[in-house]
Design a protein around this ligand. Sequence first.
Ligand SMILES: [Zn+2]
Length: 360
Amino acid sequence: MFIHYIFIFILLSRCRWRGCKTAIIRHRAEAVLKIEKIFMRKLVQFLNIFLWLPLTLVPYSSVHSSEAKKFHIVTTVAPITNIVRNVGAGYIDVTGIVPDGTDSHTFEPVPSDAKILGAADIIIVNGLDLELPTVKLAEKVKKTTTPILQLGNRTLRKEDWRFDHSFPRAHGHPNPHLWPNIALAMRYAEIVRDSLIALDPQHKKGYIANTAAYLAKLQKLDNAIFDCVKSIPQNNRKLVTYHDSFAYFAPRYGMKVIAAIQPANFSEPGPREVIRIIKQINKEKVPAIFGSEVFPSKAAEQIARETGVKFIDQLSDDELPQPPDNSFIGMMTNNMVVMTEALGGNPRCMANVDTSNAIP
Ligand SMILES: [Zn+2]
């Protein structure tokens, strides 16, 4: 346009007759009009960019962050799934593949689990050989970058593994039930936190805050369990359970596991074994024996009948209670109320425990 103006100026300076000047001035007027139009168009474009830009950027950034990819964590048993959910609340998606009420020791993954494991960003299991078929499948189908985090193996040194009646040393698979010991469950939460931070450092502060809040709840639970056991008469601080899930719990809280009824192959005990346990219960004078709905047992009922002790089938090592206590802490709270009451203690020991889950 600048060249256009110079051209008009030269023409005007060389014009010798009136008509010529009028024609050129008209032409100039058209040129100015054209320039005005272009200027207005540029002005509108400028306003569009600088006035609308902030308005369009704000919703874009908020939409973008709310739709940001959440990492996908795959877990196995319900207590571990629940610990991971509380540590990662708001930042991760979690899928637990062992269905509620399933015997986790004999659980075999189904074909659809291969797809779930194949899409995982981290696979978190208890380990200590609890989920061997799942770990085996995960190793085949997982992404090469996806770690398999075995919490139990990261928590205990090999020399601290416990072998007993249901998990004999000769079979080589240790007792895997670390989580009813709340000090070990707290270690699980810390290991999960560090792994999530390594995967997703952008939300480091969130994982640290979630874990701190969760550890405070676990600490309260741990203290309450100590109070429960203290309220049980000393001679009654003995456990006979069907399923052998309190092997790491008992030494922490001052209880003694007298016997676990379930044999190593997770079937029912033979007659000779039943007689041995009956003799032991009579000798130790335990007031109750405990089972769980996941493991219905005719043998445990028979032992209770013949010894005259109460049989309470309400303990749980991996099935969470229904809402509002649908959490690992809720499961342990129920266990302690049942156990404390049956052994002659004061079940109000759990009254102040917070069984709620973190809200994502
Ligand atoms: Zn178990």
